[in-house]
Ligand binder design. Structure first.
Ligand code: NAP
Length: 334
């Protein structure tokens, strides 16, 4: 019976000319994979990885047609797991959602119960997707970085400042009492960065134009990097003794051309983050922190809301590095 209920999804298909085209498609609950939780999705969000999935990146999604959407927040419609009941508000991020499992760009998802966390009391479903995977990743990096570097140790530098992960990192750091310097390639968005908590803004081209020496003058107690490549190389060269950098992204490049000197002469630590593989039992405590002491004052200024009809154009914008803050997808419309 339930299996015949239809819903809309942004589904990506591969054409005979090897193009990847996303269209709004009517699907049935019965088309969804097996899992203990059937969830009516209220909000999803657009992350860089979704744009890769929607454009045929086989490292993210192997088989098409496919519905991307690596995160979703909604209400449990049916549960085969005693930890959840119909009516529970839940968040699903990471694991395989939206990669090779039909994702949050559809009005329903069906997933294993261990992928879901209960929506914390002080967070709405909408706010949870303003955070989304980008915010969860920023929070996970902040969790690791703040265990090593306290606010009194000095400033923290964040790359990709106006991007999804970068803007959430700036906002969480500012909320928790850190001085934040944001690197950005968008001169027109400096005011946005200041409003969400950046005390200093560094133009990306100036940051990249730094001297090519193995070590540079130490200026920061820590860094949150979302770009990789030459940005991460330079960041590691300007971190204070026993500071650390947490890194998650590769928009500036996947290769690193470095010496070991930041590590062996200054004792700098490099912390990697894979939010997809973040241990499921540790997700709920992190979301609880995100709902309370880390929740940015300006969370409502950090997002743009779109419907699934607008996904195509926003996917192009995120691939071009042109989005500001977070883009959430309202699945209640349509
Ligand atoms: N490992 C993980 O768990 C994980 C989780 C989430 C995301 N990620 C990765 O983190 C990265 C950022 O994701 P996102 O969702 O925040 O993407 P996003 O919203 O597109 O933000 C990326 C930002 O990086 C900056 N940027 C763009 N092109 C650049 C370049 N060539 N060099 C340096 N900076 C550039 C831009 O900000 P400015 O204009 O302000 O500089 C852009 O807004 C992606 O690589 C994504 O795959 C990894």
């Amino acid at each position: 019976m339930t299996n015949n209920i239809t819903f809309n999804a942004f589904e990506v298909r591969q054409t005979a000319e090897n193009q990847f085209i996303g269209t709004i498609t009517e699907k049935k609950i019965g088309d969804l994979p097996h899992g203990e939780l059937l969830i009516r999705v209220h909000y999803s969000s657009l992350n860089y990885k979704d744009a890769l999935s929607a454009s045929g990146n086989r490292g993210v999604t192997k088989n098409y047609p496919h519905t991307p959407g690596i995160d979703a927040a909604g209400v449990v419609e049916h549960s085969d797991d005693e930890r959840f009941a119909a009516g529970d508000k839940v968040i699903v991020t990471g694991n395989d959602l939206g990669m090779n499992t039909s994702g949050g760009f559809g009005q329903y998802i069906r997933v294993p119960a261990e992928w879901a966390v209960k929506l914390p009391e002080n967070l709405t479903l909408k706010e949870s997707m303003i955070y989304g995977t980008a915010g969860f990743t920023a929070a996970a990096m902040f969790c690791r970085l703040s265990a090593i570097t306290a606010p009194e140790n000095g400033k923290i530098i964040v790359s990709g400042g106006t991007g999804g992960v970068g803007s959430m990192a700036v906002a969480i750091l500012a909320k928790t009492g850190y001085d934040v310097s944001a690197i950005s390639g968008k001169k027109q968005e400096y005011e946005f960065l200041q409003r969400i908590g950046a005390q200093e803004i560094i133009a990306r081209d100036e940051f990249l134009a730094m001297d090519n020496k193995p070590l540079l003058k130490a200026q920061f107690a820590g860094g949150i990097d979302t770009a990789g490549g030459a940005i991460l190389e330079n960041m590691l060269k300007i971190i204070n003794t026993f500071g650390c950098v947490a890194t998650c992204g590769s928009v500036a490049g996947a290769d690193l051309n470095l010496t070991v000197f930041p590590f062996i002469l200054r004792g700098v630590s490099l912390i990697g983050m894979s939010s997809q593989n973040y241990p499921n039992p540790l997700r709920q405590p992190l979301w609880n922190k995100m709902a309370t002491e880390w929740k940015p004052e300006h969370i409502s200024e950090l997002y743009t809301e779109i419907s699934i009809n607008q996904l195509d154009e926003h996917i192009k914008l995120i691939l071009a590095g042109k989005l500001k803050g977070r883009t959430i997808v309202n699945l209640l419309q349509q």
